[in-house]
Design a protein around this ligand. Structure first.
Ligand code: SAH
Length: 326
């Protein structure tokens, strides 16, 4: 701020910080994925993942430090909820990842997309999430418009209904993980509060509210011997068809992490499951795991730093990070 008197600038430099996240470590996977581990002002962990792809890059951000939901297949659950992130902390994760990828202050290239699929349940921090989405859309700032953002929920039904009324909204993804209430109660205890019928009714209404170009997807984590049988594929297809849902389904092979008691379904099981869904008219894709070796893949974010991890590669200089804020 060279238009300000030097004395004031000196004082500001001593006392004030524009950025609040402190970068602790940056891990780089063999597949190029990067995981950033930050600490908030009050010393809580925040993680962000940069995923390079052939035709686009994706940044996966966190909405909470830790997570209050107790999904049994997700490592973040083990942290419990530490706190909601502010809108500033959400935006800052993305700014730092962008600057690291493209250079300081460079506008993110077309095709850069954002997913709210890191730590936390975004719909339990709904206001800050939407505020961050609005800030990121600002044409004079990052200009990352809501259609390039996807947020994922474990099924906070009232917020799905609320999102259906928001004009400039991000795309929606809903995590299912099971085709029956009995199994979903066990894997995702939030199901006891909002069981499948309530959830899928809200999804149906959301689908009815979709405008051109907006996307809505389901995610289904594939757990070996738990939710991946032919019978469960049929149940899932029938369930979605019964509610008249046309949304596509992304199958996510489970990302193992100690001490989670699950294994990823074998590739031929995933393929059989995919074929069955497809034969019943469901649009279905299999997501490739990224950054597993640095604990950056879905469900692996838990502020891990252990000796089993590769050494962080070229940690960004904190003063550089400090100057990166929008
Ligand atoms: N709380 C939100 C945001 C997290 S998104 C939600 O539940 O949707 C993370 C996605 O990864 C969710 O679809 C979740 O079901 C999935 N997931 C969680 N743990 C996983 C694991 N260990 N392996 C693969 N996917 C996992």
């Amino acid at each position: 701020m060279t238009d300000q008197p030097k004395e004031l600038r000196q004082k500001l430099d001593e006392r004030a910080a524009v950025a609040t996240l402190k970068l602790e470590s940056r891990y780089v996977s063999v597949d190029g994925t990067r995981r950033y581990l930050f600490k908030t002002r009050d010393d809580l962990p925040v993680e962000t993942v940069f995923i390079p792809e052939t035709h686009r890059n994706t940044i996966c951000f966190s909405s909470q430090s830790g997570c209050p939901l107790q999904c049994t297949f997700c490592l973040t659950a083990q942290l419990g909820l530490l706190r909601n992130l502010t809108a500033g902390e959400i935006v800052e994760q993305i700014v730092i990842a962008l600057n690291d990828a493209y250079g300081e202050g460079v506008k993110p290239p077309r095709g850069t997309s954002l997913v709210g699929m890191g730590a936390g349940e975004p719909f339990l921090n709904f206001e800050n999430l939407l505020k961050a989405v609005r800030i990121m859309a600002e044409p004079k700032g990052l200009h990352l418009v809501p259609s390039r953002v996807t947020v994922s929920t474990a099924g906070i039904v009232p917020r799905i209904r609320e999102l259906a009324t928001v004009p400039d909204r991000p795309n929606l993804a809903v995590s299912l993980a099971a085709p029956t209430d009995e199994l979903r109660d066990e894997l995702m205890p939030i199901n006891k509060k909002w069981p499948l019928r309530k959830l899928l009714e809200a999804c149906r209404e959301f689908e009815d509210s979709l405008k051109r170009g907006e996307r809505f997807t389901f995610e289904y984590v594939m757990l070996d011997g738990v939710n991946d049988s032919d019978e469960q594929a049929r149940q899932l297809a029938n369930l979605l068809n019964r509610f008249g849902l046309r949304a596509k389904v992304n199958l996510i092979p489970h990302n193992p992490a100690e001490p989670l008691p699950y294994h990823p379904s074998p590739p031929d099981r995933i393929e059989a499951f995919r074929q069955l869904l497809k034969s019943k008219g469901i649009q279905v894709f299999v997501r490739q795991p990224r950054g597993r070796d640095i604990l950056a893949a879905c469900g692996q974010l838990a502020a891990r730093r252990g000796k089993d991890l590769a050494k962080p590669v070229s940690v960004l200089h904190p003063t550089k990070v400090k100057s990166l804020t929008v």
